[in-house]
Ligand binder design. Structure first.
Ligand SMILES: Nc1ncnc2c1ncn2[C@@H]1O[C@H](COP(=O)(O)OP(=O)(O)OP(=O)(O)O)[C@@H](O)[C@H]1O
Ligand SMILES: [Mg+2]
Length: 279
C-alpha cells in the first residue's frame, strides 16, 4: 500500500451500529444507530457523558466486541481482519501493559510480533521512550511506575509501528496537567507527521478542541451522535501548526464554547452560527 493510496481511503466507517448488552437485570442499550466516517489522516474525538457508550464504540472498532446491529469497516476491512493485519495502535483507559516485561519490552512487543529486526527494534524503542520522556525507565517493570508513566508506555507502544490509525480511549486521563498538554502537542505532531487517523475519547473539552478536526458529541445512554462539531481554528491551525499559543487564542475559546453548548444540548441558533452540523 503506497501512502497516496492510503490517503484517499476511509479509515473507519461505522454504519447504523447498535449495541445491546444482555445483563442479569435485563438489556442495556449502549449504542443506538451510530453512523460515523473517519477519513484517512483525520483526527476525530468522541466526547459525552459517562456511560454514553464511547468505550463500547471503540471496543467495537478494535474488534474487542461485536455490534448487535450495523456494520463497521476499518480501511475497508472487517474489524477482525484489520486487527490481525495490525492496522491500528491502541491506547485505552487501562494501560494494559504486560507486567512480566520491562518498559522497553512492552514498547517493543508490536515490533517483535511484526518481525522487526533486533537492531532496528531497539533503535525505535529508544526513540519512542525518549518521546514520552521515559528513557531512564527502559529497564523498569510496570508495577514500578506511576499510573501516568504506565499510560505513557502504552502510548509509546501504540505508536511503535506508526500505524495509520490510532484508537485512543482517554489515554491522557491519568496524567498531570503539564504532562497532559505536552502529550497532546506530541500527539498532534505525530499524527500530522505520520498522517495517521486518530479516534480519540476524552472528557476534556479543551483537549478535544486542541487535537481534533471534528468533535463528535454523544448523548447520554443509549449513546447517539448528538452533533458533530468541525473545529474551525483559523487559517494557521492546520493540525501540524497547532502549538501552545493556540490554547490562548480567541478561535480556540470559541470552539470550546461550541462544543460545550453541543454537550449541554445547546440551541441550534447559538451553535449554528459557527457552522455546527446538527444531527
Ligand atoms: N460488558 C458489558 N456488559 C453490560 N453492560 C455494559 C458492558 N460494557 C458496557 N456496558 C454498559 O454500556 C454503557 C456504556 O458503557 P461505556 O463503557 O461504553 O461508557 P463510556 O461512554 O465509555 O463511559 P466513561 O466515560 O465512564 O468511560 C454503560 O451503561 C455500561 O454500563
Ligand atoms: Mg469509557
Amino acid at each position: 500500500m503506497t501512502q497516496e493510496q492510503g490517503v484517499q481511503m476511509t479509515a473507519v466507517e461505522i454504519n447504523g451500529v447498535d449495541k445491546v448488552f444482555e445483563t442479569r437485570t435485563g438489556q442495556v442499550q449502549a449504542l443506538d444507530s451510530i453512523d460515523l466516517t473517519v477519513a484517512a489522516g483525520e483526527f476525530v474525538s468522541l466526547i459525552g457523558p459517562s456511560g454514553c457508550g464511547k468505550s463500547t464504540l471503540m471496543r467495537l472498532v478494535a474488534d474487542l466486541d461485536e455490534p448487535t446491529g450495523g456494520t463497521i469497516s476499518v480501511f475497508g476491512k472487517t474489524p477482525r481482519t484489520a486487527r490481525l493485519d495490525q492496522e491500528y495502535g491502541i491506547a485505552f483507559q487501562q494501560a494494559g501493559l504486560l507486567p512480566w516485561r520491562t518498559v522497553a519490552g512492552n514498547v517493543a512487543l508490536p515490533l517483535e510480533l511484526h518481525g522487526v529486526a533486533s537492531a532496528a527494534r531497539s533503535a525505535r524503542v529508544t526513540e519512542l521512550l525518549d518521546m514520552v520522556g521515559l528513557s531512564d525507565f527502559a529497564d523498569r517493570y510496570p508495577d514500578q511506575l506511576s499510573g501516568g508513566m504506565q499510560q505513557r508506555v502504552a502510548i509509546a507502544r501504540a505508536l511503535a509501528e506508526q500505524p495509520r490509525l490510532l484508537l485512543m480511549d482517554e489515554p491522557f486521563g491519568a496524567l498531570d496537567e503539564m504532562t497532559r498538554e505536552k502529550m497532546q502537542t506530541e500527539l498532534v505532531r505525530i499524527s500530522a507527521e505520520t498522517g495517521a487517523a486518530v479516534v480519540f475519547v476524552t472528557h476534556s473539552i479543551p483537549e478535544a478542541v486542541f487535537l481534533s478536526d471534528r468533535v463528535v458529541v454523544m448523548s447520554p445512554r443509549p449513546g447517539r451522535i448528538q452533533q458533530i462539531v468541525p473545529m474551525r481554528l483559523g487559517v494557521d491551525a492546520q493540525r501540524a501548526a497547532r502549538t501552545e499559543e493556540l490554547r490562548e487564542e480567541r478561535g480556540f475559546f470559541e470552539m470550546v464554547t461550541a462544543v460545550r453548548e453541543a454537550l449541554h444540548g445547546g440551541s441550534p441558533i447559538a451553535t449554528g452560527a459557527r457552522g455546527v452540523e446538527n444531527r
